[in-house]
Design a protein. Structure first.
Length: 643
């Protein structure tokens, strides 16, 4: 395969936005799309290598995988080893998680691990040292399956090989577009939903697209390709649904740059082939490997977001390590004359893989070696006391299959707690007050769903919000003694459409008109719900939202205690009131027409200038916004007026 300096330049174009995005430069909010550029390049280069060999009958799996090992393993294992040494400073809960990712990374299954552990109460990405290894796993899975598929297609269906690849790519793209909204984690991490990106590069290498002979057209298409890539980098955000249809833009842009750059055929190809750009591409693999652990460690031990000086230091350190890694780790193993013979290379790779898997499993099952550090509580489970009561099928809720709160003496339920996961977090508080009053109630909870009739989530089709809310009136019919309905939820999330301190995250949409329509949808939904309940002579209790802290309370406070670092300042009561203003105004307006009793737990959680995060040495939150059992118990006195 003829060397193309413009593709190394394209690698440089891909890696820089990824690194700048991860380090925290806001202008590169869509820098994660550089990974998609890499996928297309990888598919193109691998197929350009093996396709002619297969056509000539000279393809060797042993030679192919030897080349892959020489390319990927040395730098990857060096980074894993370095992370392992520094990871001994992590809190036990974080070391335990990291240890499992070592095993998954060594087996090139990191994407499956991070997909399976992406849950509603999952820890943030900033604490996952090997999170970026998911891309290597996707590529390696492609390398394992695609050569065999292509070889069989060329041997038994040579006339249809290209059509089979095209059909497989189309199927993968269609599947990705279909599940991106309902199962975003699957679309992001799993190989089949990413396969079309690599197969797009493969189709280019198989000459599926005729060459562009007009110089003017080549230049125009290459500029268009650069525009597509740049548009994704500078306009996409973490809130952009990915991969799916949105990944088409950077991938098509990459394909245009590759296709028009053959034989130096476009001006853009000549720019990409410039030595400085090309050099960044040469070190791109090492730069990708080293930069993310540096970002994670820097944030972890700073116990805060990085300031500009820290960002620049991390960026500089990433380049220094990448250059050294490329020169002294990557290059010595490359090529047929690289260090170690084929047999020794395979044995060494196998031994190191087994060793890292063993070390990873040992660290995981030992609980992260908790004896290294004093017990600081970060290993408290991120679960709610009544979490098992949440997310039941709407049909089961309608039929009365819900949890009973409060008195256990067989008393008929007289109240209902209706809401999302934040309502479930408050259940221990309401239950404590109910027990004191000798009352019983029922709990209807669905994570991520505003507890208002006729309201649904337009950003998450996997959340059955409309069905859940429609089941509640049927539930009330089964419990005629219920006379009080307590509404609780993460109100500002739905009214504002954004998470506190996380404006770049995917917007929450309860309106078909986008975020701007959320407050109107919130008002209409609450008015509809309160009217429905009032017409049935049910007392309505509205519980204000627990303050959103903006950072992961157990992890940050545990690190502060373990490493003697000050934690970030929690929000003030004024911050809270500002965040809740839309909700407060809506509740006040609706209360003028229908009686609504408000229980304000924020007055307890924010008694002074700052809101509380810990009390008597125990965390009041299990993450950045959900109250822990201790937090719920702390506000229980506010619910005495309900009964």
């Amino acid at each position: 395969m003829q060397y193309r300096p413009d593709i190394d330049g394209l690698r440089g174009l891909a890696i820089l936005p990824v690194v700048l995005f991860h380090v925290g430069f806001p202008a590169f909010a869509g820098g994660f799309t550089g990974v998609d550029v890499f996928f297309v390049i990888s598919g193109y280069l691998i197929t350009s290598l093996i396709y002619p060999q297969m056509q000539a009958g000279g393809f060797s799996f042993a030679a192919f995988y030897e080349r892959r090992i020489r390319r990927l393993f040395p730098a990857l294992f060096a980074v894993v080893a370095a992370c392992l040494l520094l990871a001994t400073l992590l809190l036990p809960v974080d070391l335990r998680s990291f240890s499992l990712s070592i095993a998954a990374t060594a087996l090139f299954a990191a994407n499956f691990l991070f997909w399976s552990t992406t849950g509603y109460f999952d820890s943030t990405a900033d604490s996952k040292l090997l999170l970026h290894a998911w891309t290597l796993s996707v590529e390696e899975q492609f390398y394992i399956l695609f050569p065999a598929f292509l070889l069989l297609a060329l041997r038994y269906l040579p006339r249809h090989a290209l059509g089979l690849i095209l059909a497989l790519a189309a199927l993968s793209l269609a599947a990705s577009a279909t599940v991106a909204a309902s199962e975003p984690a699957a679309a992001f991490y799993l190989p089949f939903f990413r396969a079309w990106e690599l197969l797009l590069g493969a189709l280019l290498a198989m000459n599926a697209i005729p060459p562009v002979t007009s110089p003017a057209l080549r230049d125009g298409l290459s500029l268009l390709g650069m525009f597509f890539v740049g548009y994704a980098v500078f306009t996409y955000t973490e809130g952009t649904t990915f991969s799916g249809v949105h990944a088409l833009l950077p991938c098509i842009g990459t394909a245009l740059l590759i296709h028009t750059g053959r034989d130096g055929g476009s001006r853009m190809a000549r720019i990409l082939a410039l030595r400085p750009v090309q050099f960044v591409g040469l070190i791109s693999y090492s730069l990708y490997l080293w930069h993310w652990p540096l970002v994670v460690f820097a944030k972890y031990f700073a116990n805060a977001e990085l300031n500009l000086t820290e960002q620049l230091l991390v960026l500089a350190a990433s380049f220094v390590l990448a250059i050294a890694s490329w020169r002294y780790i990557e290059r010595p193993f490359r090529g047929e004359n690289g260090l170690l013979s084929r047999a020794t290379l395979f044995r060494t790779a196998g031994a190191l893989t087994a060793a890292f898997v063993a070390i990873g499993l040992a660290g995981h099952y030992s609980g992260g070696l908790p004896s290294r550090l004093p017990r600081v509580g970060a290993d408290q489970p991120r679960v709610l006391m009544h979490q098992h009561c949440m997310n039941r099928e709407p049909t089961r809720i309608a039929s009365g299959e819900v949890c009973v709160l409060g008195a256990k003496s067989g008393a008929a339920p007289t109240f209902m707690l209706w809401g999302d996961s934040h309502a479930v977090a408050l259940a221990p508080a309401i239950e404590r007050a109910a027990i004191r009053a000798g009352r019983a109630g029922i709990l209807a909870g669905q994570a991520g769903c505003l507890p208002f009739l006729g309201v649904e989530r337009h950003d998450r089709h996997d959340f059955p919000c409309r069905e859940f809310n429609e089941a509640v009136p049927k539930l009330l019919e089964r419990y005629p003694d219920v006379r009080t309905v307590v509404l609780a939820g993460e109100w500002a999330l739905y009214a504002e459409g954004s998470r506190f301190g996380q404006a770049t995250r995917a917007p929450v949409l309860i309106s078909r008109d986008g975020v701007d329509g959320n407050s109107r949808a919130f008002y209409d939904g609450m008015a509809r719900t309160v009217r429905f309940l009032s017409e049935r002579n049910l007392k309505v209790v509205f519980v204000t939202q627990a303050p959103e802290i903006g950072w992961d309370v157990p992890s940050v406070l545990a690190r502060s205690q373990a490493y003697d670092r000050p934690p970030p300042a929690p929000p003030s009561l004024d911050d809270y009131r500002t965040r809740q203003k839309k909700v407060t105004d809506i509740v006040a307006e609706i209360s003028q027409r229908h009686p609504v009793r408000v229980v304000d737990i924020a007055r307890i959680l924010c008694p002074g200038k700052s809101c509380l995060t810990v009390q008597d040495g125990q965390w009041l939150y299990i993450d950045s916004s959900h109250l822990s059992t201790r937090g719920a118990e702390y506000v229980a006195r506010a619910f005495v007026i309900v009964f």
